[in-house]
Design a protein. Structure first.
Length: 307
């Protein structure tokens, strides 16, 4: 028997992009938020309707904050209203729309603040962890793990924020440990390096939306099948994955970096002392990488080139 699927859907909701006037994008302007939501909610309903045990959590990434928009574990058996509506669909649609409207309306200043994507991802993963292992935190063995096919799907419109490199990498490692796949649908804008890596490293798919009208079709074809079926069907994969990293010193994305041999921190130029673990590096190695004599004392880098 197939385990039920729990989908964690992360919506990237920067008001500067969703509320912006048309024709500012690189190729095609971003679709209106209402049509985006109609595609997304149809996908959410199809996921919930496909099997009774299926669950969903919807999280929104607003500027510098994230919010839980909906979770299927909160559905109560209230008296259904309207004989022609499936009660669950109605609750999902109205809750998600109301919370997004509330979230966007409560942003007054800092509309351009960096997206709270990392917060949303982390909350999503914590929620999955809780479902897999219970809320006590005492059950840790693989045997106590509940059978659940959990995936995270990110609908991304914002570009990469280089300061979120370290938290996103930590999130990826945590997701790998929980065996959670991360899928990404790039709805708008340039490809994001960090999310490509997230999909690549967790065995998920990174799909760039070519035509915004076809969002629902992309979601249904690429992301609606459970893991066991996805091994058989042919889901678009990335031909090229950008595996560049951001340096820990300036948070720039670098082509060639210098890696601390002790803690694997990445720097854009040779440094005498690692700023993360305080390891000192031999002068000989540092000079080999073109580092001038440091002013004070013993140290230098033990360095491996990274491309
Ligand atoms: Zn740097
Ligand atoms: Zn170090």
């Amino acid at each position: 028997m197939e385990p039920p699927t729990h989908l964690t859907l992360i919506l990237d909701l920067p008001p500067t992009l969703w509320g912006a006037p048309p024709n500012h994008g690189p190729n095609e302007p971003l679709m209106p938020l209402s049509s985006f939501l109609s595609h997304v909610l149809a996908f959410v309903n199809s996921h919930l309707g496909a099997r009774e045990e299926n669950g969903i959590t919807v999280l929104g990434a607003f500027p510098s904050k994230s919010a839980l928009l909906f979770t299927s574990s909160s559905i109560t058996d209230a008296a259904p209203q309207g004989a022609n509506t499936y009660h669950t669909f109605k609750i999902v649609d109205s809750e998600v729309i109301a919370k997004i409207q509330h979230g966007l309306a409560s942003i007054h200043e800092d509309r351009e603040a960096p997206s709270g994507l990392v917060g949303a991802l982390t909350k999503g993963l914590c929620h999955i962890n809780r479902m897999l292992y219970g809320s006590t935190g005492t059950a840790t063995g693989e045997s106590s793990r509940m059978t659940l096919d959990a995936t995270i799907l990110i609908l991304s419109v914002s570009p990469d924020i280089s300061t979120s490199y370290i938290p996103i990498m930590n999130f990826i490692f945590a997701a790998q440990k929980l065996k959670v796949k991360i899928d990404v649908c790039k709805v708008f804008g340039e490809d994001t390096v960090f999310l490509q890596q997230a999909a690549h490293l967790t065995g998920g798919s990174y799909v760039t939306l070519r035509k915004q009208d076809s969002l629902l079709q992309y979601l249904m074809m690429c992301f609606s099948a459970p893991s066991s079926v996805r091994e058989i069907i042919n889901i678009p994969t990335q031909d090229r994955i950008d595996l560049r990293a951001a340096c820990f010193c300036h948070k720039n994305i670098v082509d060639i970096g210098y890696v601390c041999s002790v803690c694997l921190s990445i720097f854009c130029s040779p440094v005498p002392v690692c700023s993360t673990c305080r390891s000192k590096f031999p002068m000989k190695t540092l000079r080999r990488f073109g580092f001038g004599l440091p002013k004070s004392g013993v140290n230098a880098a033990h360095i491996a080139a990274k491309s």
